[in-house]
Design a protein around this ligand. Structure first.
Ligand code: GAR
Length: 203
């Protein structure tokens, strides 16, 4: 049985597209059953609709608290029978209760080689720090921001001529490879967590 995936988005959804493309192969061990956006009208929603996947807009602004907003998302994910949640450019902090209830079943992609450059503006900060390698990380989500056991990382060189945009584009190409791979590992049940480490069977 393919694992059922819910994807949370806030924007253009290129990582969602990479996941949709991977799931289009019937041999892939997961299928996307629901895409939720906290922002109306974003391109990610169009991508989902085009792929025939159910979408839901839950605008965070309409809720009195983070807990109330998260509870609404949780309800929708469970109603859709979701097994695994993927955060794909979802730009909202999640409450500890929501994170806890999806523990070891929720993954995030971050545009940096964690634990370096948590938070925002990662590419500009990498250039300013003078690092020679930068990249992306897919990790299990824990209550701490941009933390949690790492499933997949991919590195790219930082060139002397790089701008924030050129570096972002090079990293994004890797994101689109890394995210489907991480989802596959989790969906195939090959991940076990020991402390801060995710151990991958037959990596
Ligand atoms: C991606 O680069 C993703 O790594 C980043 O937002 C972008 C979303 O692009 N996520 C974060 O910064 C999360 N902290 P996309 O909507 O085209 O997938």
């Amino acid at each position: 049985m393919r694992k059922k995936v819910g994807v949370l988005v806030s924007g253009r959804g290129s990582n969602l597209q990479a996941l949709l493309d991977a799931c289009a192969d019937p041999a892939f061990p997961a299928e996307i059953v629901l895409v939720i956006s906290n922002i109306p009208g974003v391109f990610a929603l169009e991508r989902a609709e085009k792929a025939g996947v159910a979408t839901l807009v839950i605008p965070h602004k309409g809720f009195p608290s983070r807990d109330a907003f998260d509870a609404e998302m949780d309800k929708a994910l469970r109603a859709a029978g979701v097994d695994i949640v993927c955060l794909a450019g979802f730009m909202r902090l999640l409450s500890a209760g929501f994170v806890e209830s999806w523990r070891d079943r929720m993954i995030n992609i971050h545009p940096a080689l964690l634990p370096s450059f948590k938070g925002l503006h990662t590419h500009q900060r990498a250039i300013e720090a003078g690092v020679k390698l930068h990249g992306c990380t897919v990790h299990l989500v824990t209550p701490e921001l941009d933390d949690g056991p790492i499933l997949v990382q991919a590195a790219v060189p930082v060139l002397a001529t790089d701008t924030e945009d050129s570096l972002a584009a090079r990293v994004l190409e890797q994101e689109h490879q890394a995210y489907p791979l991480a989802l596959r590992l989790l969906a195939e049940g090959r991940v076990t967590v020991e402390g801060n480490r995710a151990l991958i069977r037959d990596a």
